[in-house]
Ligand binder design. Structure first.
Ligand SMILES: C[S@@+](CC[C@H](N)C(=O)[O-])C[C@H]1O[C@@H](n2cnc3c(N)ncnc32)[C@H](O)[C@@H]1O
Length: 392
C-alpha cells in the first residue's frame, strides 16, 4: 500500500470512521500491531485492490505476439515473478526481436577497441589459451558446450583454434532463446564454412540439466579420449535472481574431467556506474536490449519513470520502472482463464540487474557450488575475469 493510503486510514481511525486500535507515543499516533488490526487492514487492502481494478486503473493486454513467443509455462513464470518478486526475468528479453537487439548491440561492442564484456572475453580467452592447451593435451577430441551462446562471437577464436588443432568434436549450443540459437548457427556457418556441425538446444539452464546431451559420448569413450569444454561467457548468471540455480544445473550436467570456462564483469567503482547500454545518460530511457518484455507487455513509457543505479545494500546494479499511475496487466491462459497483475502508483518492477562481485567472491561462489578453480586471469583494468574450473 502507498504512504498516502496508510495516512488516509490513520486519519479515518483517529476520526472514529475506521475501527482500528491506536497507540499514542507523545505527539505521534500509531496503528497497534494487533491481530484484529491486521485483519481489518488486510480486508481494506483487498477491497481497495478490487476497487482500483474496476475504477481509475489502466488495464493493458500483452501484444498478441507475446503469446507466440513464450510457452504457457514461460508466461506463468513471467506472471509469478511479477507477482512475487516485482521482477521481469532477464532471460525472456532474448526472444524474437530481443535476440536481434542483442546481436546488434554486441556486434557494435566487438568492433570497439576498448574493453567491454565482448572484447574482454575474447582477450582473456586468448591469454588463457596456452594453459588450456596443456589441460587438453591428453585428449583426442574436445566437445564444446556453449552455455547461453548468444551470437557466439566471443567463442569464435577458440573454436577456430580447436579446429586448426584437429581436436574439435561436437559444438553444442544451449540457449533459452530459439532466435539466439538461429543467429549463432548462421554465424558458425559463415565463419567456418560448414566445418563446424552446429547442435542447438533450447533449454533453461537454471532448470534443465544437459547431461543427457553428453551421455552417449561419455559411455562410448572407453579410452577416456573425449573431454567436454563448457563455456559460460558474458556473466549470464549474474543477471538472474539466483545465479546459484545455474551453477547447480551446470555442476550436475558435467563429468569429473570436464572443464568450465567462465567470464564475468567484476565489481569496481567504475563498473558500479556503468550503464552505457546504447542510451543517452542524460535522458534515461529503457535500453532496447533490456526492454523487449516491457514492450511485449504494452507497458508504455508514459506509464513509468526509469530508475537506474547501484544498490549498496544488495550490491547490484539495477534498472527498474516505477509506475506513475495504477496499472493492471491482464494475461490470458489458453483454456484456463485470465490472470491480472496489478500495480499501485509508486510500485516498481525490476527490469535488469547485475550482481557486483569482487574476485574473492567469485572464487567463493564457485567453491560453494561444488567447483574447484584451477586458474583465472583478469584484464589489466581489473574489471573482467576469466576462470577455469572443474568439479570438486
Ligand atoms: C549475457 S548473454 C551472453 C551471450 C554470450 N555467451 C556472450 O558472451 O556474448 C546471455 C545469453 O544466455 C541466454 N540465457 C539467459 N538466461 C538463460 C537461461 N536461464 N537459460 C538458457 N539461456 C539463457 C540468453 O538468451 C543469451 O543468449
Amino acid at each position: 500500500m502507498s504512504d498516502s493510503t496508510a495516512k488516509k486510514w490513520l486519519k479515518e481511525a483517529k476520526e472514529g470512521k475506521l475501527k482500528l486500535d491506536l497507540v499514542k507515543d507523545g505527539k505521534r499516533t500509531y496503528v497497534a500491531q494487533t491481530s484484529g488490526n491486521i485483519e481489518t487492514l488486510e480486508k481494506l487492502a483487498s477491497e481497495r485492490k478490487k476497487f482500483r481494478t474496476r475504477a481509475n486503473n489502466k488495464v493493458v493486454l500483452p501484444q498478441p505476439d507475446f503469446y507466440n513467443h513464450y510457452s504457457q509455462a514461460q508466461i506463468y513464470d513471467i506472471v509469478t515473478n511479477l507477482e512475487a518478486h516485482r521482477e521481469l526475468p532477464r532471460q525472456y528479453n532474448y526472444f524474437d526481436g530481443g535476440a536481434r537487439r542483442w546481436d546488434e548491440y554486441t556486434q557494435a561492442l566487438a568492433n570497439k577497441e576498448a574493453l567491454n564484456m565482448i572484447t574482454a572475453s575474447q582477450q582473456l580467452l586468448d591469454a588463457m589459451q596456452a594453459y588450456l592447451d596443456t589441460l587438453l593435451t591428453k585428449y583426442k577430441r574436445v566437445n564444446v558446450v556453449d552455455i547461453g551462446v548468444g551470437n557466439a562471437i566471443p567463442s569464435r577464436a577458440l573454436i577456430a583454434h580447436l579446429l586448426k588443432a584437429e581436436k574439435l568434436g561436437r559444438y553444442i549450443a544451449i540457449d533459452i532463446s530459439k532466435e539466439m540459437l538461429n543467429i549463432a548457427e548462421a554465424n558458425m556457418k559463415e565463419w567456418f564454412d560448414g566445418k563446424v556441425q552446429f547442435e542447438g538446444y533450447e533449454r533453461d539452464i537454471t532448470r534443465e540439466h544437459f547431461s543427457n546431451l553428453l551421455a552417449e559420448d561419455y559411455i562410448q569413450d572407453e579410452n577416456d579420449e573425449v573431454v567436454n569444454l563448457a563455456l559460460l561467457l558474458g556473466g549470464t548468471l549474474y543477471n538472474l535472481r539466483d545465479p546459484d540455480s545455474g551453477y547447480r544445473v551446470i555442476r550436475e550436467s558435467l563429468g569429473v574431467r570436464d572443464i568450465l570456462i567462465h567470464t564475468q564483469g567484476l565489481d569496481s567503482r567504475t563498473s558500479r556506474r556503468y550503464f552505457d547500454f546504447n542510451v543517452e545518460p542524460s535522458q534515461p530511457v529503457l535500453p532496447p536490449i533490456h526492454g523487449f518484455v516491457v514492450d511485449m507487455l504494452n507497458i508504455d513509457p508514459s506509464f513509468y519513470k526509469l530508475e537506474i543505479g547501484y544498490d549498496e545494500k544488495s550490491r547490484q546494479r539495477f534498472e527498474r520502472i516505477r509506475f506513475e499511475k495504477p496499472l493492471t496487466i491482464e494475461f490470458e491462459f489458453a483454456n484456463i482463464g485470465k490472470r491480472r497483475v496489478s500495480f499501485d502508483k509508486g510500485d516498481s518492477v525490476l527490469v535488469w540487474r547485475f550482481w557486483q562481485q569482487t574476485f574473492p567472491e567469485v572464487v567463493e561462489q564457485f567453491e560453494h557450488n561444488g567447483f574447484h578453480m584451477l586458474g583465472s586471469v583478469q584484464t589489466s583494468n581489473r574489471e573482467h575475469v576469466l576462470t577455469i574450473s572443474q568439479l570438486q
